[in-house]
Design a protein around this ligand. Structure first.
Ligand SMILES: Cc1cc2nc3c(=O)[nH]c(=O)nc-3n(C[C@H](O)[C@H](O)[C@H](O)COP(=O)(O)OP(=O)(O)OC[C@H]3O[C@@H](n4cnc5c(N)ncnc54)[C@H](O)[C@@H]3O)c2cc1C
Length: 372
């Protein structure tokens, strides 16, 4: 085993233990309360989980994307909400390391081990179609003045550093880094979403927030490119989370089918139940293969956006469908809030929307195939 393989193995072991001890026991409570219990997020920080992908020069653990994706996969088996909180953070850090000037990275990345970062594109006037956003950044001397309203932002309210997609001209966009402590910045409404109920998803409002020129991420005009790149990075990790949700659904279906009997026969011995379990297992394996391929392509500096879109497009549908199959295996109990299956379906459903809808991803996949 190489040193890197050994380090990856230790990371996965640590994440599995944290998940088993700290997250899985709270999975139902997080869904029912619609928030993380007090102190849980601090334990995520204390255990170094925000630092997984942060480069070592900024005090991070510097794991590559294959390891990070596998780590979120294991976490999502116990609790998908926290895995999505970390996904939002990791994909944002990726944009700093790819596009950030050294002075910006030196200023912000050392804090990324204890402060959450978020990426903000969506607005009331533009989700799937970011050219429709209204947020404006106007150059004033050495500064930019930003005004706008971002909604449905993963970790909105929890995150402290926000990348904000803004228009600089009617047909030109850029991404700026905004700190929650800057005058004119405030948190708005938290969404009351039906799934991933632990993950805060909320609004951030910018009223003439003044940011220095070096808070520009990349260059003026690169806004959409950075947004697309953030989507691709997020989709790899969401594929990993979806494979974790399917694994969770599979475990519930298998355990129940061993315990429950149809008169004297355990359910798993019935062919109709075997078909459902086999379908869930195949979905888990396909989703895993897609996210791991996407992560490997990214690490190898190959094109990975199409595979990433496939991982999330296929994985989100498969996780919802597999949850439905698992619910059926559990019969009436599966339909009860006392069992976790129904919330796994709601959790998975979010990923048919977040980081690009299925329709947008399938359009991108089709365009990529036609261009080959
Ligand atoms: C859990 C969650 C987390 C999120 N986190 C973030 C985040 O961190 N940052 C962020 O910026 N946003 C985030 N979002 C917002 C998300 O990116 C948007 O909801 C998504 O892009 C869709 O935009 P919309 O809601 O405005 O729907 P619309 O764009 O209005 O789409 C409505 C319907 O029309 C279809 N449609 C629209 N335009 C097209 C088109 N051109 N081609 C084909 N079909 C189209 C869509 O597929 C959809 O079915 C999050 C959303 C959720 C649910």
């Amino acid at each position: 085993m190489t040193v890197i393989e050994d380090q990856n193995r230790m990371l996965i072991q640590m994440v599995k233990e944290f998940t088993a001890n700290e997250l899985a026991p709270l999975d139902m409570e997080i869904d029912q309360k619609g928030d993380y219990p007090a102190g849980l997020f601090q334990r995520v920080i204390d255990n170094g989980l925000l630092k997984i992908t942060l480069p070592s020069q900024y005090g991070g653990a510097g794991f590559d994307y294959t390891a990070a994706a596998d780590a979120l996969n294991k976490m999502a088996i116990g609790n998908a909400s926290m895995a999505v909180t970390l996904e939002g953070h990791f994909k944002t850090i990726e944009q700093f390391t790819k596009y950030g000037q050294p002075s910006l990275n030196d200023k912000y990345l050392p804090s990324a081990g204890h402060r959450i970062f978020a990426f903000s594109m969506t607005e009331p006037s533009g989700g799937s179609n970011p050219k429709g956003i209204s947020t404006r950044a106007v150059k004033q001397g050495d500064n930019w003045v930003i005004t706008g309203d971002k909604i449905m932002i993963t970790n909105g309210g929890l995150a402290e550093v926000y990348c904000i997609l803004s228009k600089t001209e009617d047909d030109q966009m850029a991404v700026f880094v905004v700190d929650k402590d800057m005058p004119g910045f405030q948190f708005g409404k938290r969404e009351d979403f039906i799934g991933l109920r632990g993950t805060p998803v909320g609004e951030v409002v910018l009223d003439h927030v003044v940011v220095p020129a070096d808070h520009l991420l990349g260059k003026v005009g690169q806004g959409l490119e950075i947004g697309d790149n953030a989507h691709a990075d997020a989709r790899v990790l969401m594929g990993a989370i979806l494979a974790g949700i399917i694994e969770h659904e599979l475990g519930i279906a298998i355990n129940y089918s061993k315990e429950r009997k149809a008169l004297t026969t355990p359910l798993y011995q019935l062919q109709v139940i075997q078909e459902k379990i086999a379908d869930i297992a195949i979905a888990r394996q396909n989703t895993r293969a897609l996210y791991q391929k996407g992560a490997q392509q990214k690490v190898a500096n190959q094109l990975y956006a199409e595979t990433a879109a496939m991982a999330k497009s296929y994985g989100s549908r498969a996780a919802v469908r597999s949850g439905d199959e698992a619910l059926q295996v559990l019969g009436g109990y599966g339909y009860s809030r006392e069992y976790p299956v129904e919330h796994l379906i709601r959790d998975a459903r979010a990923m048919e929307l977040a980081e690009g809808t299925i329709e947008k991803m399938n359009l991108e996949i089709t365009n990529a195939e036609i261009a080959k």
